[in-house]
Design a protein around this ligand. Structure first.
Ligand code: DGL
Length: 280
């Protein structure tokens, strides 16, 4: 039976493999409360961070198509792994055939743009999923803008499962957070700025701050992505005109609605309802 897909034409789509994109969504909604939003979490297939390029691309394209089908003209990949592994191909190869008027934006570029003003030592660390680290997207993007900055990355494969399984505040999380931060700092003691290059990681922010050395700045992406989107809509009135402004937000998940509602409410600090959909 074909599922009943409610539409919200003109909503801005925000996509993540799971709950992490909620950290981006909440900053976007703070900066741009008047717009309508659809959040889609592919919780049934998370994590993406340990999956191959082909699979992340395939899943992300399916999600983008679903959000287009629901009426979005603009989709934000609120997921570094999807931004690193799928964004460029979707923009260049898929969008012209799907609808050249629609747009898909990622989270890496807006984060990287702010870095030049934050680091003094010009040594930057990136904590991210294995997929994002392997893609080299952060060093590549940073060096396009700031060739003088030295970048070291550390994959943190356990952090997303800790968040997805509601273990972000438990003792088990202490062990993995400290271990990965120590490994990063061991690679380069001059690092004075650490980018949280995964949208799930702000949910571990308190622990992360406990384990980074004094004087190191920890950069979460939400505010930079929100500011960049605001700027984008200002510079593209033709897209802004297509985005409806009713102040609503709907949540969709590929996993159980109850599971999503409970966990998302904790992460967002508000009660929400969600609808389950399939993407393929
Ligand atoms: N939250 C996503 C990111 O920013 C993906 C995490 C995952 O699914 O592994 O990378």
């Amino acid at each position: 039976m074909k599922e009943e897909l409610s539409k919200l034409p003109g909503a801005i789509g925000v996509f993540d493999s799971g709950y992490g994109g909620l950290t981006i969504l909440s900053k976007i909604r703070q900066a741009l409360p008047e717009y309508d939003y659809i959040y889609l979490g592919d919780n049934a297939r998370t994590p993406y961070g340990t999956r191959s390029f082909e699979i992340v691309y395939e899943f992300t394209l399916q999600a983008v198509n679903k959000l287009f089908e629901m009426g979005c003209h603009l989709v934000i990949l609120a997921c570094n792994t999807a931004s690193a592994k799928a964004l460029r191909s979707i923009q260049i190869n898929d969008l012209p055939g799907i609808d050249p008027e629609r747009r898909v934006l990622g989270v890496i570029r807006p984060t990287v743009e702010c870095i030049g003003n934050i680091t003094n030592s010009r040594h930057v660390g990136v904590l991210a999923t294995s997929g994002t680290i392997k893609s080299e997207s952060y060093p590549l993007e940073i060096h396009k803008l700031f060739p003088d900055i030295e970048v070291h990355g550390q994959a943190c494969p356990m952090w997303v499962p800790l968040v997805e399984n509601n273990e972000a505040h438990g003792l088990g999380a202490d062990f993995f957070v400290q271990k990965d931060i120590d490994s990063l700092m061991y690679k380069d003691r001059k690092i004075d700025t650490i980018i949280l290059g995964c949208t799930h990681y702000p949910l571990l922010a308190n622990k992360i701050k406990r384990f980074v050395p004094d004087g190191v700045t920890v950069v979460s992406q939400g505010e930079y992505v929100a500011a960049s989107l605001k700027d984008y809509l200002h510079r593209h009135p033709e897209m802004d005109g297509k985005c409806t402004k009713g102040g609503s937000c709907r949540f969709y998940t590929t996993e159980s609605e109850d599971k999503f509602r409970e966990s998302a409410s904790i992460f967002l600090n508000e009660r929400i309802t969600a609808q389950r959909i399939t993407i393929e």
